[in-house]
Unconditional design. Structure first.
Length: 220
């Protein structure tokens, strides 16, 4: 076995985790427990000096950064059809993936880890409040991507096959429920995430990570 995926349950590493399962790849899944600070162990830092997940090891090569892993897994398993081959469709795919990764994801970081941006408690609360409002808007934009795909006759955000965009959309919606956002506020996105969760490869990754799709708790 040459492929090893280092992932943290519930993190964005779910995207390559689901891709490998959908592709039917033979790989060794290795969970990194962030709450135990395992990402900063000497052994892990030797793979990724930034102490981040995911990391994909293929033979003697360690690959980091979600965008790079998506491209690499697509090239490694072209039969899965993860990324469109048409030039414009491929550009739209990268456009959506980059936006999820460089805009939606960091918005959630400001909700979940405001201490990364200031050590002032009042400022942390202000950051969290503003980011939560922004995240609601981002989920609305994500729902619009689903709507456009369906309007174009596509079942999945990347086209014909369930793939990384769908796994990332599921992850981002799930994070919203952690932040107290009702998934039913974006019903088409919620329905898409539920359908994505039923894809066998996605379901296997969710089971391994012990993920519940929605953690939303209505306020009393």
């Amino acid at each position: 076995m040459t492929l090893k995926l280092y992932y943290a349950p519930g993190a964005c590493s779910f995207v390559p985790h689901a891709m490998l399962e959908i592709a039917g790849a033979t790989f060794e899944p290795l969970a990194i427990k962030l709450h135990k600070n395992e990402q900063n162990s000497p052994e892990y830092l030797a793979l990724n000096a930034r102490g981040q997940v995911p990391v994909l090891v293929d033979g003697g090569e360690a690959i980091t950064q979600l965008m790079a892993l998506v491209a690499y897994i697509d090239a490694r398993f072209p039969e899965a059809g993860f990324v469109p081959r048409d030039a414009l469709a491929r550009a739209r795919f990268v456009e959506a993936l980059a936006w999820m990764n460089n805009t939606v994801h960091p918005t959630f970081t400001h909700i979940f880890m405001p201490h990364k941006f200031t050590d002032d408690a009042a400022a942390q609360q202000a950051i969290k409040t503003q980011a939560l409002a922004q995240y609601r808007q981002r989920l609305g934009e994500l729902q619009a991507l689903v709507q456009r795909a369906h309007a174009a006759g596509q079942d999945w955000l990347g086209g014909v096959h369930c793939g990384p965009l769908d796994a990332y959309a599921l992850t981002l919606l799930r994070w919203g429920t952690i932040a107290g956002i009702n998934p039913e506020d974006t019903p088409e996105l919620w329905a898409h995430a539920q359908r994505t969760a039923q894809v066998p490869g996605v379901a296997r990754a969710m089971a391994r990570e012990k993920l519940q799709l929605s953690l939303y708790q209505p306020s009393a």
